[in-house]
Write a protein that binds this ligand. Sequence first.
Ligand code: 7PM
Length: 286
Amino acid sequence: MTSETPVLNCAGRPLDCSSPQVMGILNITPDSFSDGGQLFGPGGAQLDAVLKRAEAMVAAGASLLDVGGESTRPGAATVTTAEEVDRVLPVVEALVARFPVVVSVDTSTPEVITGAAAAGAGLINDVRALLRPGALEAVAASELPVCLMHMQGNPETMQAEPAYQDVVSEVVAWLAERVTVCEATGIPRSRILLDPGFGFGKTLEHNLALLQNLDRLAALGLPVLVGLSRKSMIGKLLGREVDRRLPASLALAVLAVERGARIVRVHDVAETVDALAMVQALQGAG
Ligand code: 7PM
C-alpha cells in the first residue's frame, strides 16, 4: 500500500517512506528494560555513550534515531517534566549537530515537544497519540511530523486485562479518529504516521492479529511505523530473555515490512538493515 506522502519533511531533513527505513532506539532512561542502565552512570546521563551508540547506528544505516527520556515500562518511576526536558533536550541537540539523520523524540509532554522542535528534532513519536493536554497544539505549532501510536489503557495498567471485540478494526478506527482530531487542530495528514502499538494493552493473540493484518492499517494511506524489537510477544512465543530475541525480531521486521510497514523501530540496526535489504531485493525481482 503506497502512502499519500512518500517523503516527509522532518525539520528540513527529508524522510523517504517509499522504501523501508530503520529507526534506532536510543534509550536515555535509567530503567528501560533492555538497554537502560548502561547509558546512565552515577553522574546521570552519559552523553558520550549515547553518541557512540548513535554513531554506530547511523553508520549501520539508521535513517532515524529515537530518543526517549520517559520509560513507558509498566510501573516505571514517573519522570517530572523538568527531568524529561533536562534528560532529552541536550541529547537531541547533540545528535542533530553530529548526524545527518532524523532525530525523533519519544514523548507525550507538550513542553518536551516544543523544546525538542527548538533543539532541531525532526519527528515526534508519541505512544499516547497526543492525548495529553496541550500535546496536539504543541505538535501543530512545531510543524513537525508525528507518529500516533495506539495504546489501550495506560502504561501502568495496560497489560492487566487487554480486551477487544475485534482488535484490528478497533485499532484502525481509533487511529483514524486520532488523525481526524489532528487535522482539526492544524496537523495535516502529510505530517502523520501511524503505529498499532505492539504490546501496549495487547495480548499475544492481539499482537499476532495486528501484525498479520497490518495491511489494513497501511490502507489508511499514511506511513506505518512498528516497534516489535525484543518485545515480550517474542518472549511468550519462544521463552527467550530480551538479549536472545534478535533472530525473532528480524523475522518480525521482515514480516511487518511485507505487510506495509515503512519504518521499523529497532535496537539492532545493522542486522535489521541487512534483513530488510533482502525484502527490497525480492521486491525488484520478477
Ligand atoms: C518497557 C516497555 C520499555 C516497553 C520499553 C518499551 C514503541 C514506542 C516503545 C512502539 C512507538 C519498547 C517499548 N515502543 N514507540 N516506544 N512504537 N512508536 O519495547 O512500539 O521499546 S517503548
